[in-house]
Design a protein around this ligand. Structure first.
Ligand code: B12
Ligand code: SF4
Ligand code: SF4
Length: 324
């Protein structure tokens, strides 16, 4: 009954939802040993033992929120970069938290729950797989038969006994002999062993500081994130098509933004947290990679910047345009 109510809620809210046991993720311990994971500070025990985060946890509820939208390119002569689809619109951390809070209020108000998305201790993908949302694809993403792999994951540790849910398992698909994501990843960051984050364009666009020439060249005109291994996936062909100017940000405008203007435009998106400087560094590099000679004046100004990352990115861009 409870599980049916959860599925009704999911349909109404346009998400997918599932439930899993809260036992330790023993299988994850080996693969996390000695592995550095960016943006995550928890130790292996916290990452694999839900009971360390919530003492009386009895089951986990996970949800998936699709961001499979393709944005129409704007041809207006402006110098435009690319943002990952997941970075457009209201930050998914906020959206997922809203959904999970609503779910708790509607279905199990009296229960004890702890809500997480992205920044929590457990591995969200492993939680999602445990909760039967999907299976791991070769691009690393959890892939669901109905909505593909372009969805964000959130979860809730609860004190509801797993047996009480009366879970019904869903059907899954698998990659089979497909290897499109491995073939198309520009930096060969993914392999059958997983993702080497230092090589991943998504990570490079978020990494702070001066980027090497090789990394700068790899990011092409990406300002934040990378969708390539998702876009080529046959399971993600059911995208929506929409218009949103922020999907292809005007790079000159981004470079001229004050802190206040940046906060207004990017503050509530999933890429705002990395700060103006990192996105501006990527914008300078993207201008160079697009060889936009008409932007040399702006690049010259930034080449005198007091910030090493912006200075180095503009010098890279100038050299790229001049063919040095
Ligand atoms: C750090 C991080 C990153 C880093 C490192 C990515 C990585 N692969 O670890 C960077 C910045 C590169 C990144 C990029 C992206 N991320 Co990210 N990221 C995270 C974060 C915060 C932690 C991930 C983590 O713990 N990694 C370490 C270990 C556990 O993961 P792993 O490398 O996959 O290790 C496993 C594999 O090796 C696996 N394995 C075993 N056998 C096999 C076999 C095969 C075939 C494969 C492929 C793997 C495999 O075993 C290991 C343990 O499970 C999570 C949120 C969270 N708190 O969990 C989001 C998260 C994984 N990211 C997410 C997203 C959407 C992305 C991007 C698509 C964003 C973008 N468009 O730019 C890209 C995709 C890159 C990719 N191909 O994975 C989503 C994934 C949603 C989904 N449906 O799967 C998450 C869950 C955030 C969320 N809450 O929605 N991310
Ligand atoms: S996000 Fe981009 S760089 Fe990272 S693994 Fe996928 S295709 Fe490769
Ligand atoms: S592109 Fe092919 S191999 Fe990669 S995740 Fe999708 S189905 Fe699997």
């Amino acid at each position: 009954m409870l599980f049916e109510k959860l599925q009704d809620f999911a349909r109404k809210e346009n998400i997918i939802a599932g439930v899993g046991k809260s036992e330790d993720f023993i299988e994850l311990r080996e693969s996390l040993k000695g592995k550095k994971v960016p943006f995550i500070d928890y130790d292996i025990d916290f990452r694999t033992r839900p009971s360390l985060t919530m003492e009386n946890v009895k089951s986990i509820v996970a949800i998936g929120l699709s961001y499979n939208v393709k944005y129409k390119f704007i041809k207006d002569g402006k110098v435009r970069g690319n943002l990952s689809s997941g970075a457009i619109g209201l930050d998914y951390h906020i959206l997922i938290e809203q959904k999970l809070k609503k779910l708790k209020d509607e279905l199990f108000k009296e229960s004890e729950c702890k809500i997480f998305c992205d920044t929590g201790p457990l591995s969200d993908r492993d939680v999602a797989i445990r909760c039967d949302l999907g299976v791991r694809g070769k691009n690393g993403s959890v892939i669901n038969k109905d909505i593909g792999g372009m969805f964000f994951i959130g979860y809730m540790l609860t004190d509801i006994e797993y047996e009480k849910w009366q879970v019904k398992k869903r059907e899954h698909i698998s990659c089979g002999s497909c290897s499109l994501c491995l073939d198309y990843c520009p930096s060969k960051a993914i392999s059958l062993k997983g993702c080497e984050y230092e090589k991943c364009i998504s990570y490079i666009t978020q990494e702070k500081g001066v980027l090497s020439k090789e990394k700068a060249s790899l990011i092409s005109k990406q300002i934040y994130g990378c969708d390539i291994c998702q876009r080529v996936c046959p399971f993600n062909k059911g995208f929506k098509f929409e218009e949103n100017e922020l999907a292809y940000p005007d790079l000159i405008e981004l470079l001229k933004m004050t802190n206040k203007e940046f906060k207004n435009v990017y503050g509530n998106t999933a890429c705002g947290w990395r700060g103006k400087r990192t996105l501006q560094r990527n914008a300078l590099i993207a201008i160079g990679n697009m060889k936009r000679r008409d932007c040399l004046e702006v690049l010259e100004t930034f080449s005198k910047s007091e910030f090493e990352d912006l200075k180095s990115a503009s010098i890279y861009a100038i050299k790229k345009i001049r063919g040095d």
